[in-house]
Each structure stands twice: as C-alpha cells, then as structure tokens.
Design a protein around this ligand. Sequence first.
Ligand code: CTP
Ligand code: MG
Length: 188
Amino acid sequence: MSDVVTSILTAVWVFIPAMLPNSAAAIFGGGKPIDLGKTWKGRRILGDGKTWRGLFGGGLAGVFIGLAQMAVSLPFDPENLWGFASFSAGIFLLFLLSFGSLFGDVVGSLIKRRMGLERGTKAPLLDQYDFVIGAFLLITPLYWTWFRNIYLDGNGIFGLVFLLLLIPALHRSINILGYKMGVKKEPW
Ligand code: CTP
Ligand code: MG
C-alpha cells in the first residue's frame, strides 16, 4: 500500500477512540446533568444535553474501543500497534483521546449557552469540531512526539487533512442514524 494511504488509515484509526465517545454518550446519556441544573446569567451553564452518565459512559466506551483496537493490532504489528505505539504509552493516550473529546464537547455546549443557543440547536463548525479540538488540546502538550509522528511528519499531514474533512461528513451521517434509532433528538 502506498505510504500516503497508510498514513491516512493510521490517522483515522487512532482517532476512533476520540470519535466514538460522542455517539456513545448519546446512547448512555441521561440522568443528572453535569451542571446540576444550575444557571449563569439566566442561562443554563451547560444544559440537559451534557450528563454525567454520558460523560463516563461515553468516555469509557472510547477507552474500551481503543483497547480492542490495540488487541487486534498486536499479532500484526507488535512494534507499533498500528499507531498506538505500545500498551504502556497507549492506555493514557486513550484516556486523553476519549475524555479529551468529551471535554471539548462540554466546552462547546458552554460556548453555545453563552451565545444564547438552547440545547440541541445547531452551531456549525462548533458542533463538528469541538471534540476534535478538545482531544488535540490534551494530546499535543502531553504526547507531542506521538502527535507529530502521526499527524505532521512525512505523509502524516495528509492524514490530518483527510481526518478533518472526513469528520463533518461522518458527524452528519452518524447523527442522522442516531436520530432514526431514537437516541438523538435532532438529526444534526
Ligand atoms: N450526551 C450526554 N452527556 C454528554 C454528551 C452527550 O448525555 N456528556 C447525550 C445527550 O442526551 C445529548 C446527546 O448525547 O442530547 C447528543 O449530544 P449533543 O449533540 O452534544 O448534545 P445536544 O443535546 O445537542 O446539546 P448541545 O446544544 O449542548 O450540544
Ligand atoms: Mg447537538
């Protein structure tokens, strides 16, 4: 396979633990909101769409999918685990990818509420990229060498561009699916 294709596949593959938590949060979510119903300047701090169950259910789902990904890669690529490097380095990385993405999602809702947008309303770009920014913000200071290896060096930049273009399309399709399955209130 060409190097560019390999870089693109790796860039998307290692980002699955950051992409899954949002959908998993919609499935596991509900119950007590993270902001406990509190308001700030007359508006909810985060709103009922951000719950503790969603945060931990979604976050752990991301960590578990990552562990499964590492396990399937082990017989084929014991040296590098298809981009996750090693179990010892990879486990903390999984927590950062997964909980980082949900942290970005929470900050996204915080911003939406400050802009006066009710829970579930559309916020183009913010809705699609808040979780990516959240995950990258936690990873870049702590795993800079890994990040540079996967997303910047060599053909990695093609992987990064591909991932950033893929995300809005994936976000849209998965949300339509979630809406049809009845786990999401709006198809966006
Ligand atoms: N969810 C949750 N807890 C989280 C994140 C998401 O319970 N930490 C669930 C909620 O049921 C939410 C659904 O997943 O409604 C979809 O998430 P999202 O689209 O991010 O939330 P919205 O309801 O659209 O709210 P917001 O306007 O704040 O984005
Ligand atoms: Mg939404």
